[in-house]
Design a protein. Structure first.
Length: 134
């Protein structure tokens, strides 16, 4: 399983699951943590079903983070299943951290990948007015 990706590269995650107790609807959550501070930096929730899911159901879900916005660094992951307001076990430390590296052939306009500041790069940012008064 691959865990190292370039900045901006699309990333796919596949999660296999088995439901032990009946659920009314199901969401899969992926939490991304800072590798340095261990704080949650974002959570992505995917609705898998609005329908009841009987105990014993097995499944597999693959989802994609297109053009990942993460800057260089390590990002430990946590996967969990939720149903409404109920959250179930967070599966962390079951995979290597997501490692984002810079493409050495790329010229990054907004930061130095060797000393990144922040966790994300914002794709659409521009100066809309610039007035210099002397």
């Amino acid at each position: 399983n691959r865990y190292k990706f370039l900045m901006g590269e699309s990333i796919q995650f596949t999660l296999s699951y088995q439901v032990f107790d009946a659920l009314i609807g199901m969401d899969v959550n992926v939490r991304f943590y800072s590798g340095t501070t261990k704080e949650i930096i974002t959570n992505i929730r995917h609705k898998i079903s609005n329908e009841p899911i009987p105990a014993g159901t097995k499944g597999k879900v693959t989802f994609e983070l297109s053009n990942n916005p993460f800057r260089t660094g390590e990002y430990p992951l946590c996967f969990d299943i939720s149903s409404g307001s109920l959250k179930y076990d967070c599966l962390d430390d079951v995979t290597n951290p997501l490692v984002i590296v810079a493409d050495e052939s790329e010229n990054y306009r907004d930061f130095n990948p060797l000393t990144p500041v922040g966790f994300f790069s914002v794709a659409n940012s521009k100066v809309v007015e610039n007035t210099i008064i002397q």
